[in-house]
Design a protein around this ligand. Structure first.
Ligand code: 6PG
Length: 485
């Protein structure tokens, strides 16, 4: 007869969608899990629903009994809303803990807060882990991708459990210890920034097919389904294909056609753009995706603008004789490949910058590897990128790696053609456009910032470097009249 352990190997506090799914995943993998929840009534319901897995689950109604039910040093995973609730929980639980215990925040937390909390717990001889968990409910239940930030001590405690429950790519668990304190939550934030850019780029291609080519949703869905068999193979293209082919049971219309065009956002995409700027970078494709969601929420203004603001003469409508023709589907596919590569390249550049700034020693190739399965941005491209990231990046830029350059050489001409059509038709494609603008910036050896420098020197005597000289404090011949012009 199997011996039921008197103490559980891990505790999970918070039995919402993600917490419940992770608890069941751990129980399924043979771990003994203690569970509890703020609303004690949820606990019994959860155990009842867990059915045959309930032998590996132990339910507790109070925080004290839950903490006492764990093996020491303890490991407690909190799946609760990030922000103030996490701080309140830390204050409640820390008096019950002992030196060497680890508490984990498995939500999408701001990594600055994670760094602060890790420092706070270190003072108490406790360990705080910020863990990004990706893959939604089904990922959490059957194999998420997990990005762990914290101490080596905590990773030693967590490793066997997390490697067992993680998604596997060719047998390799999609989880790793990425660095100290906020590293895991930062990597998850950038994952979400890339997710935003990829979702928006897919939506822009959809908009072109819908509004320029006049394709019904299901036909676009079938095209995406086909793309998912090729270089665009990915979770997001796969689900977009399925979504576009789904029918609204109430009206019989395409499901996507009855959904209000206002996108929500919880903040991680915005944090990525903000952190990029803080680090002296620009994740312009990701920022464009965040902005697109923000503008989407201004529906009444957009509806007014549709009447008040001029459309291009070449905009597609019933009367237009010069309506643009959409490039063929191979061009659209290649345009999406280009945007996907460029969005990821910006994300990895920010990861590298943050790694230097916070002294995290992030292993970029490993990050790409643990994103190959389980997470929302999993795609065949991540397999290519993990290979590329194992090589030296010329000038720290993924887009300069030969294999990635070769993919872009094929994809960029198509992206240009698609953007020309979008511009002619007046269809907004902010991520496709921002991606191409960044690509062109990166292939322009002699840019236009010399004029910016001259302007700065003209009105503020900021000085400039000369192409033909040393130093950065040269001044132009603007004279005293400069300020008065
Ligand atoms: C994941 C997702 C997930 C995120 C949702 C919603 O990796 O599983 O990134 O963590 O919460 O995608 O994010 P938004 O509400 O900001 O779109």
């Amino acid at each position: 007869m199997t011996q039921i352990p008197t103490k559980s190997q891990i505790g999970i506090y918070g039995l919402g969608t993600m917490g419940s799914a992770l608890a069941l995943n751990m129980a399924d993998n043979g771990f003994n899990v203690a569970v509890t929840n703020r609303e004690a009534s949820w606990v019994a319901d959860f155990i009842h629903e867990a059915d045959q897995l309930s032998g590996n689950l132990r339910a507790f109604e109070s925080l004290e009994s839950f903490v006492n039910g764990l093996q020491t040093p303890r490991v407690i995973l909190f799946m609760i809303p990030s922000g103030a609730p996490m701080d309140a929980m830390i204050n409640r639980v820390t008096p019950l803990l002992s030196a060497g215990d680890t508490i984990i925040d498995g939500g999408n937390a701001d990594f600055h807060a994670t760094r602060r909390r890790a420092a706070q717990l270190t003072e108490l001889d406790l360990h705080f882990v910020g863990m990004g968990v990706s893959g939604g409910e089904s990922g959490a239940r059957f194999g998420p991708s997990m990005m762990v930030g914290g101490t080596t001590h905590s990773w030693t405690q967590l490793k066997p459990i997390l490697r067992a429950i993680a998604a596997k790519f060719d047998g390799d668990p999609c989880v790793d210890h990425l660095g100290p304190d906020g590293a895991g939550h930062f990597v998850k934030t950038v994952h979400n920034g890339i997710e935003y850019a990829d979702m928006q780029a897919i939506s822009e291609i959809y908009a072109l097919l819908r509004d320029v080519a006049d394709w019904p949703a299901a036909r676009i869905g079938t095209l995406f389904e086909g793309w998912n068999e090729g270089p665009l193979a990915s979770y997001l293209v796969e689900i977009s294909g399925k979504i576009l082919q789904a029918t609204d049971p109430e009206t019989g219309s395409a499901m996507v056609d009855v959904i209000l065009d206002q996108a929500g956002q919880k903040g991680t995409g915005r944090w990525t753009a903000i952190e990029a700027l803080r680090l002296g970078q620009s994740a312009s494709a990701i920022e464009a995706a965040v902005g697109a969601r923000s503008w989407s929420s201004e529906k009444p203004a957009r509806q007014a603008g549709e009447i008040m603001l001029p459309a291009p003469e070449t905009a597609p409508d019933a009367t237009s004789k010069t309506a643009p023709k959409l490039p063929d589907s191979t061009d659209l596919e290649q345009a999406l490949i280009a945007a996907r590569i460029l969005g990821h390249a910006q994300g990895f550049r920010i990861l590298a910058q943050a790694s230097d700034h916070y002294d995290w020693s992030l292993d970029l190739a490993r990050i790409a590897e643990i994103w190959r399965a389980g997470c929302i941005i999993r795609s065949s491209l991540l397999d290519d990128l993990s290979d590329a990231l194992h090589s030296d990046l010329p000038h720290s830029q993924l887009i300069l790696v030969p294999a990635i350059r070769a993919q872009l050489a094929t994809a960029i001409p198509a992206l240009r053609r698609v953007i020309i059509t979008a511009t002619t038709a007046g269809i907004p494609v902010p991520v496709l456009s921002a991606s191409l603008a960044w690509f062109d910036s990166m292939r322009t050896g002699r840019g236009s910032a010399n004029l910016i420098q001259a302007q700065r020197d003209f009105f503020g005597a900021h000085g400039f470097a000369r192409l033909d000289g040393e130093g950065s404090k040269h001044h132009g011949p603007w004279g005293n009249s400069a300020q008065q012009s």
